[in-house]
Design a protein around this ligand. Sequence first.
Ligand code: PLP
Length: 376
Amino acid sequence: MKFGTKLIHNGNSIDKNTGALSIPIYQVSTFHRFQLDKESEFDYSRSGNPTRKALEETIALLEGGDGGYAFSSGMAATSSVLSIFSKGDHILVCEDVYGGTYRVSTGLFPRLGLDISFFDASNPEQFKNKITSKTKAVFLETPSNPLMKITDLVSIIKIAKEYNIIIIVDNTFMSPYLQRPIEFGADIVIHSATKFIGGHSDVIGGLVVVKGEELSQKVYSVQNGFGAVLGPQDSWLLLRGLKTLKVRMDFQQQSAMKLANWLEGHKKVLKVFYPGLKEHPGRDIHFSQSDGAGAVLSFLTESKDLALNFMKNVKTAAVAVSLGGVETIVSYPAMMSHAAIPESERLKLGITYNLIRVSLGLEDIEDLISDFENAL
Ligand SMILES: *Cc1c(COP(=O)(O)O)cnc(C)c1O
């Protein structure tokens, strides 16, 4: 079965009790125990809920993993995954990781005893040199945000396997439609389902998919123990969002390609970062591990003033921090998503004051281009 069909027919699309073509929202906290001496599948919604379970099984199937787990946000998913490790464990995190992941990797988890350090994931040699006898996991994100740098998953995973290191990939930007890291040997995949999976800018949620029973049990134990679970209503919204993932992404990435080409030809644009462009340095690696370039790009304007003016004058696109919705969203990383990173660090990472990020929505591209033309 191909991916688009799987989104619609996956064993979790029809309610087995009634035949309803949508899994009902089981808005319930606890379940009647019919037989005292026999455990039933559901007893309490933190431990398991039928709507959440349908979502969890669906995402596990789509990513090719053994266990799926839904959390109250992408960061709850990430933090719960990091919570399977113990004091003294060393974790290597790629340098230009999502801002929230950076925050818990430098604040919360070091405070609790995890030893977290950063490395340039575009350089597999550097990864190898940073591994110690305590290294238990590597945390990757590709393409990176907001500069769309590509990590060679196969090379990093090969090295990690040699050292028995758990491979975690934040797959938010690609979604399982375009990239399935477990197929390349990753152990854990994380999504901010707030983005492409939900797809409508109306829900905050996180998903984790795990390969292997033992590791799945560890993640489940944190999900149930720590308890940052996704509610039934939000689980249902994600199930609904998933059904149109393919058609949305197909359209959105077509628009991204058109916009990238148009921006490249604009005299006030210095550079466009999009893996679909021929000049993108990570293009070949990206397409060896992904089925498309995705719907997020960023670009450099001639000057800071021009970038600020653009942000002020853009009309069709929303100015917001999120991405992956049906509406085109532009953001200004230096003052928005990456404002928390100290300026010197930020500039070193290439997040300069003339950088703008765009997440393509479902508007007609002609309208977006004329909006961008005006704003530039
Ligand atoms: C948004 C995002 C997150 C965090 O997800 P939330 O749902 O906002 O908690 C993590 N990783 C990436 C790549 C993201 O874009």
